[in-house]
Design a binder for this molecule. Structure first.
Ligand SMILES: Cc1ncc(COP(=O)(O)O)c(C=O)c1O
Length: 359
């Protein structure tokens, strides 16, 4: 049955239970402190420090992950950078806004930037694909690395492997795991790097009202922090809901013989990413699911190097990016997705498979 409306969206944001938000907001109102690193923001840094097993001095907050990335670029001591073209537009947008030099690099078969950490090379921005945890290597670090792990906060990782100049950025956007509307948590490899970042997020102020560096306002407000506290309060339930939704979609995928990107199988991630044998099949699946009222999305479009905003950004050949960008498709997964949705998605995928030349 053809349908113009989407019956099952690709994503449905769920914020923390309002009861949990209410008690956190009451604490904010009682404190009379509404932004500028108040008790809620400080408490949040402490809670994430315990969660990750790091010193709270190395955990910072920001209004969103895009500004957090911009701050990591702006306060780094070394340029240029290599950014994978296969990422969300926020990564290169942040580099442009921060005014740093960068070029686009290709990804490997695992969808991570292939750039090696070599003496003369540009510093890599490693984008954790679709919720995969940041992969920190234990070898010696030549350059500080920025890990864009926007969607990865639901998964274990090892901050003990951070190099001194490294930074890991997580997003708390409504569509992410631990979604709180907007927000970001950043973990740094040294107190100094963390402190510089904090100064950048607060107009470059450090101890006086004279800006010490060119900064901006990228602070997380106390209201935002209250929502993040509420999300943490509800984490056990949220985690169970992500796992339940993942169970449903993986069973559907297995039933139709779908190839699913690894992180969607093994991680707590807000993405169900399917990979098809060729671009024509991907287009056909997208169109067939739309006919069934099932939402899909090419989350990172066709690679940032194809976007008008980055027409001037240098890059070499990007064969893997161009290949993968034509063959991946985000399918629906969200908290609360159950058997009923699973049945509808299964029927649509079976229909697509029956029409496809390759699968
Ligand atoms: C890879 C990546 N980087 C950065 C961002 C930006 O995060 P935010 O929405 O918190 O600015 C996103 C979010 O969608 C993302 O997927």
């Amino acid at each position: 049955v053809a349908s113009d409306s989407v019956d099952i969206p690709v994503m449905r944001p769920v914020l923390p239970l309002f009861e949990l938000v209410r008690s956190q907001l009451e604490a904010v109102h009682a404190s009379g402190w509404f932004s500028n690193f108040g008790p809620a923001e400080n408490g949040l840094r402490e809670r994430f420090a315990v969660r990750f097993g790091v010193d709270p001095a190395r955990v910072m907050t920001a209004a969103n992950a895009t500004l957090a990335l911009a701050g990591c670029f702006a306060t780094a001591t070394r340029t240029p950078w290599t950014i994978p073209s296969f990422t969300f537009t926020a990564t290169p947008a942040a580099a442009l806004i921060a005014g740093v030099d960068f070029r686009f690099g290709d990804i490997g078969a695992d969808w991570w930037l292939t750039e090696e950490d070599q003496e003369d090379a540009a510093s890599p921005v490693r984008v954790a694909p679709f919720g995969a945890p940041p992969e920190l290597s234990s070898g010696p670090r030549r350059h500080g690395i920025i890990f864009d792990a926007a969607a990865s906060i639901g998964n274990p990782w090892d901050p003990g492997l951070l190099g001194e100049a490294d930074a890991v950025v997580f997003s708390l956007h409504a569509t992410k795991v631990l979604g709180a509307g907007e927000g970001a948590i950043i973990v740094f490899g040294s107190d100094e790097r963390a402190q510089q970042f904090r100064i950048w997020t607060n107009f470059g102020f450090f101890g006086s009202r004279e800006s010490q560096i060119a900064g901006i306002n990228a602070k997380m407000s106390e209201i935002q922090a209250a929502y993040v506290h509420a999300a943490l309060d509800g984490w056990d339930n949220e985690r169970a809901e992500w796992l339940a939704a993942r169970d449903v979609v993986l069973r559907v995928g297995d039933e139709v013989g779908l190839t699913t990107f690894d992180a969607s199988r093994t991680c707590i991630t807000p993405y169900w990413i399917a990979v098809f044998p060729d671009a024509a099949t991907t287009d056909l699946v997208e169109a067939t699911l739309a006919e069934h009222g099932i939402g899909t999305r090419r989350w990172w479009s066709h690679g940032c190097h194809q976007m008008p905003a980055y027409a001037d950004v240098a890059h070499g050949p990007l064969p893997m990016t161009e290949d993968i960008a034509g063959r991946y498709l985000g399918l629906p997964v969200f908290r609360g997705l159950g058997e009923h949705e699973g049945e509808l998605i299964l029927a649509a995928l079976e229909d697509a498979r029956s029409r496809a030349a390759a699968w």
